[in-house]
Every structure is written in C-alpha cells, then in structure tokens.
Write a new protein. Structure first.
Length: 199
C-alpha cells in the first residue's frame, strides 16, 4: 500500500507527507532549472514550428518530392563523391536530389526524437512511459545530446554546401526565389533613311 501511495504521489505531484513539498514535481522554480526558461520557450516554438511544417508538407503533397525513394541512397553516394571531388557524376536537375531527400527527412525524424527526448528529460516522472521507452532518464539525455550534435553537423554541412554553390543560391534560400539577370533582346536599329510603315 505504501509503494502504491508513493507512486501515485510521484505521478500526480501531490505530496502525502512522505516527501517534502515540491520534491515530487519538476518545475521552473526548482534550482536546477533556474535560467532555463529560454530552453522551454524555444522547445515549444520549435515543436509547434515542426508540427506546422509536417502538416504543410503532407497536406500540400510536397512530401512526394521530399521523401526518399529507392534510388535516393545510390544517388546520395554519387552526390557525396561528386561534392568531395572524387567523381565526375553530375547530379540530375530536380527539386531535391537523393542526398537532400535523405538529409531533410532525417531532420524531420530528428525533430520528433528531440521533442520526445526533451519531454522525457523535462518531465521524467509525469511522462514516465516515454522516459521508460527511451531507456530511462540518462538514456533520454544521451539521445538528446547526440541529436543536438547531429543538428550542428547538419547545419555546418548545409552552410558549406551553400557557400560552395555560390551567393545566388544563398540569397535564394533567404528570400525564397532565385534572382537571375535577363539580357534584354537586341533592338533593331532603324536608320534615318528607312521608311517605317504607318499602322
């Protein structure tokens, strides 16, 4: 009976007197979380942004261009070799090549993983099912750390690819469309001696 009472107290956050008040819940007022409000703010900001992006991708049908297909992995290897200067393979001109399809889909999955591991770290007692599925609190922290490192790696590779592609590509990523110069067609010069028919 005592064990069930303690477990209920940990899940509900109510103290039955066996624990000091406030020790059974994780709150921002807790000393270990002071100053961590930006983490919680951006956690929800990125979570809502990610949900909106995934909904848009599915509802608009854009997922067909983004999801890897059976050729993506072979194409991704060729693209990596090309980008490293080890192959003369020219990637086909399409919205997303194989490497991009894999990378962008992986980032979406990493976002879901970050959300789950972050929630398991934030509320390990209240969300004990998620924490247990991740292998416990320490494993959730471990996964969360390596997902963060993977984001940094994705960001650095992305920036390197943009720099390699040139300024116009970078500008297109920021403003949403590519700016290109169009040469005006040459006008025929009309000499003074030529008659121009009236309309």
């Amino acid at each position: 009976m005592r064990t069930e009472s303690i477990a209920l107290d940990l899940v509900t956050g109510r103290s039955s007197g066996s624990f000091p008040r406030g020790s059974t819940t994780v709150s921002i007022s807790n000393f270990s979380l002071r100053g961590a409000w930006p983490i919680f703010f951006f956690m929800w900001f990125f979570a809502l942004n990610g949900v909106a992006y995934v909904l848009y991708t599915f509802l608009s049908g854009e997922w067909r261009n983004l999801a890897p297909n059976r050729r993506s992995f072979a194409e991704a290897i060729q693209i990596v070799l090309h980008d490293l200067g080890m192959s003369n393979y020219e990637p086909p001109r399409q919205k997303f090549n194989g490497a991009q399809r894999i990378a962008y889909t992986a980032v979406i999955l990493m976002g879901a993983g970050s959300l789950l591991t972050g929630l398991a770290i934030y509320k390990p007692t209240q969300l004990h099912v998620i924490t247990a599925l991740l292998g416990g609190y320490e494993m959730a922290r471990w996964f969360h750390f390596w997902l963060t490192i993977a984001y940094v790696g994705f960001f650095l590779v992305h920036v390197a690819q943009v720099v390699r592609a040139g300024w116009n590509n970078f500008r297109a990523m920021i403003i949403g469309y590519q700016v290109s110069t169009v040469e005006s067609p040459e006008r025929d010069e009309v000499s003074d001696e030529q008659d121009i028919p009236a309309r």
